[in-house]
Ligand binder design. Structure first.
Ligand SMILES: [Zn+2]
Length: 270
C-alpha cells in the first residue's frame, strides 16, 4: 500500500477549508441567534411554498411544512423545474431523471403531510428556466390571487444557484403583481451550507425568523430520504454525485431559518 505524501500545498488547502468551515459555523450560529422564534406563529399561517427544484422545499423548510400540516394549516407546494439537470448519466436519460424526481417529490411531500392535490409541478425544463421566467411569475401570481396565503416561502436570494435566485425574483415580482397579498420569507438552501457571497455583510441589519422543527425532525429526515436520486448512487455510476451525510446534516439541525427580504428589494418590487 502506498500513501501519497502530503505536500505543503495540501496542508494549506486543508487549513483554509477548515478555517472556512469554522467561520461558516459561526455565521450560521449568528444568524440563528438573530432570528426571532416564530414557531407558534408560523404553524397557523397558510403558505405557498415555491421550490426551484424537487427537494429544495424539503431541505429548506420541510420541518416547517410538517408543523403547519400537523396543525391543520394549508400548505401548497409549487415546484418550478423538473430537476432533469441534477446529474448527467450514460444509464438514464434526462427525461427519465425528471420522471424519477417527480415521483420523489410526490412521496416526500406526502411524508410531510401535504395532500396530493396541493402539490403543483410546473414542469419547466430545468435547462429552460430563463426562457420561462414570465410563465413562472404568472403561475405564482395566479396561486396568490386564488389561494389566500399568509406567506410565500421561497429559496433565498443569497443562494449561489442561479435558479434559486431567479425563482426568488419571480416570487417577489408575483407578490407585487398580486398586490402584496402575502409576506415573503426566504429559506436558505445552498447559502445555509456555503454562506452568502459576503456572509458577515449579509448579516448586517438582517431580519429573520426561526422555526423549531425538532418535534418533526424524523418526518423531515424521512422526506429527504425519499430523494434517492440525490442521496444515493442511483445508477452506480462513479460520477453520480450524492448529498452525503455531512451535507444533509446541515438541514437536520432542528431549526429552519427564514430571512425577510431586505428593504431595498421590497421597495424595488413596489
Ligand atoms: Zn435547488
Amino acid at each position: 500500500m502506498s500513501v501519497r505524501p502530503v505536500s505543503p500545498r495540501d496542508v494549506l488547502r486543508r487549513g483554509r477549508r477548515a478555517v472556512r468551515a469554522g467561520l461558516l459555523l459561526l455565521w450560521r450560529q449568528a444568524l440563528r441567534h438573530r432570528a426571532r422564534d416564530v414557531t407558534a406563529l408560523s404553524s397557523g399561517r397558510a403558505a405557498l411554498v415555491v421550490a426551484p427544484h424537487p427537494d429544495d422545499e424539503t431541505l429548506g423548510c420541510g420541518g416547517t411544512i410538517a408543523l403547519k400540516r400537523r396543525n391543520g394549516t394549508r400548505v401548497r407546494v409549487l415546484v418550478v423545474t423538473d430537476g432533469r439537470r441534477s446529474h448527467r448519466s450514460a444509464v438514464i436519460s434526462a427525461d427519465e431523471l425528471a420522471a424519477i424526481r417527480a415521483a420523489e417529490i410526490a412521496r416526500a411531500s406526502a411524508v410531510l403531510g401535504v395532500p396530493a392535490e396541493e402539490l403543483v409541478l410546473l414542469g419547466v425544463r430545468e435547462d429552460q428556466l430563463t426562457a420561462h421566467y414570465e410563465a413562472v411569475v404568472d403561475a405564482v401570481t395566479a396561486e396568490l390571487r386564488t389561494g389566500n396565503f399568509a406567506e410565500v416561502l421561497v429559496t433565498s436570494a443569497w443562494d449561489w444557484h442561479e435558479d434559486h435566485q431567479l425563482v426568488s425574483t419571480a416570487v417577489h415580482e408575483a407578490v407585487g403583481r398580486a398586490g402584496g397579498v402575502a409576506r415573503i420569507l426566504e429559506y436558505p438552501v445552498w447559502s445555509w451550507v456555503d454562506g452568502p457571497p459576503d456572509p458577515w455583510r449579509a448579516l448586517g441589519g438582517v431580519r429573520a425568523g426561526s422555526v423549531d422543527v425538532s418535534s418533526v425532525i424524523g418526518q423531515k429526515r424521512a422526506a429527504i430520504a425519499e430523494y434517492r436520486s440525490q442521496t444515493t448512487k442511483l445508477t452506480d455510476e462513479a460520477t453520480w454525485a450524492v448529498m452525503d451525510a455531512a451535507l444533509i446534516g446541515h438541514f437536520l439541525g432542528g431549526v429552519e431559518i427564514f430571512v425577510e427580504p431586505a428593504a431595498d428589494r421590497v421597495e424595488a418590487q413596489r
